[in-house]
Design a protein around this ligand. Sequence first.
Ligand code: ADP
Ligand code: ZN
Length: 765
Amino acid sequence: MNSSPPLSGAAVYADVIVARPARGLDRPFTYRVPPALQPHVVAGAVVEVPFRGGSLVGYVIDLHADAPSSLAEDAIRDVLQVRSPREFWGEDLLGAAGWMQYYYGCLMVEALNAIIPEPVRAGLWRKRPARGAPARTRVVALTDNGPDPEPLLRALDGDGPQARRVLDALRRHGHLPASELLNLAHARTETIHHLRDAGLVKYRMVAPDQLSAWHDPLKGTSALGSTERPDLTPAQREAVDRILALRAQGKAAAVLLHGVTGSGKTEVYLRVLEAVTEAGGTAVVLVPEISLTPQAVHRYRTRLGEKVAVLHSGLTDAERHEQWWSLRRGGMAVALGARSCVFAPFDRPSVLVVDEEHDSSYKQDSSPRYHARQVAIRRALQGNGVVVLGSATPSLESYHWAREGRYHLLELGERVEGRPLPEVEIVDLRRFGRGRPVALGAVLRERMREALAAGGQVMLLMNRRGFSSYLMCTDCGHMERCPRCDISLTVHAAPECLRCHYCLFEKGHMAVCPGCTGVSLQYFGSGTQRVEEELLGAFPGISLARMDADTTRRPGDHLRLLEKFGRGEIQVLLGTQMIAKGHDFPGVTLVGVVLADTALNLPDFRAAERTFSLLVQVSGRAGRGARPGRVVVQTYNPDNPAVLLAARQDYKAFFDLELGHRRELSYPPFVHLVNVVFASEDEAAAQAAAHSLAAGILPEARALGAGWLGPAPCAIPRLHRKYRWHLTFKANKVQEIVPLIRKFLAAGIPAGVAVTIDADPMSML
Ligand code: ADP
Ligand code: ZN
């Protein structure tokens, strides 16, 4: 009789996000999966699909057995081809991408693209590797069914241990490029040749995605810090135990580890990571890019071994590709890196550490504008992991949520080994009054002289060059602020005025200071300070290095500078906030802050928080070794609470005070801000677009209980030849307001106007 049709013919449909970023295409398209491809098409696969007249690559985000009722069966087309050898991500990452689309208002394809590094994607997008694609690499591999190595190892005599290490390394890592193999096994090239001649190993060419896990991004670095395993202090012990107990419960949890600078937070992470990886788990560790010093990486590597993959901006495309695949294949247990490392391709990592969680570099400033801390929390929720947020100066948001019981709060109140926190002197610059502001006051010079004479090293924090200018009185430190928003007013030249860039409040220029009726109002914030020249004049012959955006253009520049400083080859390191972050240089006995006011006067509601954190962090660089440290802070606002409380390192007092302000003025953590920026070469068009969004959605926003600021010109009113206007919402829930904005934008944006949505912005300039 007639044979029955093959049973495997059951239809399967795939929801695909096509790799073409456009608001109009920001939804899944459904395709049929032909039976032959069914075994390979899983959620997370990359496929090629027909699209309009041509074809596109896309991500499969879901599979189902039924055709969507909205589509006629014959309108559904077939998946053409599978591009990825396996699924690209596990569920927790896919979940995080969906959340980013929804929360940050980005396109789904942007969220998915963020998850897969560009070099990895590039390999799949192209049909044939184009020029510039990662090339095949020559590696050394064990031969299949090679002879017994023992006779050769004995014959090699003194070189036998080297050969044994080479074979061991290959057994552990599979094939390796010769240079890495030699590093790893401490062996010479001849040893490989002997092994090859004996038929034990051979050379092969492999594609980048087959390169083995081992890759040392720290080749050739030295001068690394101590790596011993100290006995934990009781506070550290308790923190480690509590985190591991949460992990043992197997449920999602978040921990805020608040520990003063030098209290041994990193040691806590290391112990947790040791325990988790020994139990077969995986972990993601995020540090601010600038903290990825060889010193810090070395600490993780020596303690956790070769199972640590390091992702940083200094990697070449081929290296990044290789690291990613080694993580994806499961060869590594820990991924250490900056912001984008939060997308490390593990399936449901056991632990995610976000060190220096307050750091603003965790927020990406292009779409998707995600905050790595929030994505880490999201991943933990999706995959039952434990997130550990660590900082000496937690963000107001995180500490607030910890106090409210959403995060477990663990505190390390003292420095290890009873080391004192540094002594902070506040120097009142108003005494110098009238005339050109000085960079180095008498006290700072004297303290530098003392520190250098005693063989200590000095870090000087210079302020970032201004992006906008402000007016401050050098007699009394007075600053004009917006009466409604409490942020500093920005100086505008045309028309001449001082303006609040949140709410458009405006007032005229002043000649007389409203604070002291003096006439010493000065412009600050633009133009480089002449600190370097003054320093060289005052201390001829010292070895001095400047670290700022100009001296660290190339990837790795700042690491090289910090490393030199760590080796003691530089006496004075002069730098922007880059130098404030988590470094551990025991030789530093003096930290100087040239002008605290620049941070204080940022036109941003987080100015006080930023100042407090910057001062505490930079002070924390002093006295980390055996010798105690000193700090000198120069300011025109010696009575400002952020400055005073930072000098006392009193986080809790600062938190309570600042939280009160935030509550009063409805700022985060009491509301979520969503900033929408309109940019256009035509100022009227940018302004009109901002107003049309306001007119379009304010009634609905109001009904949700949301408030807003603006529309107003941005603090940086013109950038890259485009005029910029913004509208800022204050919402109870981001998830309520962002969909309204997206819906409005999907209906069409005027030509020539670029719109960006920024949920929970870290900067609104
Ligand atoms: P944090 O991350 O809190 O700034 P670190 O973990 O870098 O602090 O620790 C500061 C210094 O103290 C480091 O040099 C570290 O090796 C050392 N250290 C940490 N824990 C201990 C301990 N229990 N006993 C002795 N030294 C420790
Ligand atoms: Zn205002």
